[in-house]
Design a protein around this ligand. Structure first.
Ligand code: DAT
Ligand code: MG
Length: 136
């Protein structure tokens, strides 16, 4: 089995869309193996978004991601589960995300795009270790 990190972002919690988002992954056949509501501080966000530190949108990204609780979760499924999750999320910009995807169906703003999913097997391993270091 293979695991990846999912974050239902503050906009998803605020809008009451956590059940909708997690439910999509569950209906697809992925299994929830860890989940916790928590508010992310700037240190965790700098580790998680290390590739984006210094970019023009970074300050807005961190302000948004830290403004309220997120649901951090690990889902498990077949090999390359990270890719299954990414396909179901849709493109980064919800205005360009295909209908049928989470971002395509539920959002319009690139910053407030509802959901995070690891973008490779290596990212999944790295990000799960940040959020759930005790997970077996
Ligand atoms: P993704 O979340 O699809 O993996 P990413 O890793 O490139 O996208 O960027 C992380 C987040 O940063 C993304 O979900 C929203 C924000 N972001 C990315 N590109 C942006 C941009 N050009 N303007 C504003 N926010 C952006
Ligand atoms: Mg990314």
């Amino acid at each position: 089995m293979d695991r990846t990190l999912v974050i239902c972002k503050p906009d998803a919690v605020e809008r009451g869309l956590v059940g909708e988002i997690v439910g999509r992954f569950e209906r697809k056949g992925l299994k929830l193996v860890a989940a916790e509501l928590r508010t992310l501080d700037s240190d965790v966000l700098a580790r998680h978004y290390a590739e984006h530190v210094g970019k023009g949108f970074y300050d807005d990204l961190v302000a948004f991601m830290g403004r309220g609780p997120v649901l951090a979760a690990v889902v498990e499924g077949p090999p390359d589960t990270w890719s299954v999750v990414r396909q179901m999320m849709g493109a980064t910009d919800p205005m360009k995300a295909a209908p049928g995807t989470i971002r395509g169906d539920l959002g319009t703003e690139v910053t407030e795009n509802l959901v995070h999913g690891s973008d490779s097997a290596e990212s999944a391993q790295r990000e799960i270790a940040i959020f759930f270091p005790d997970l077996q």
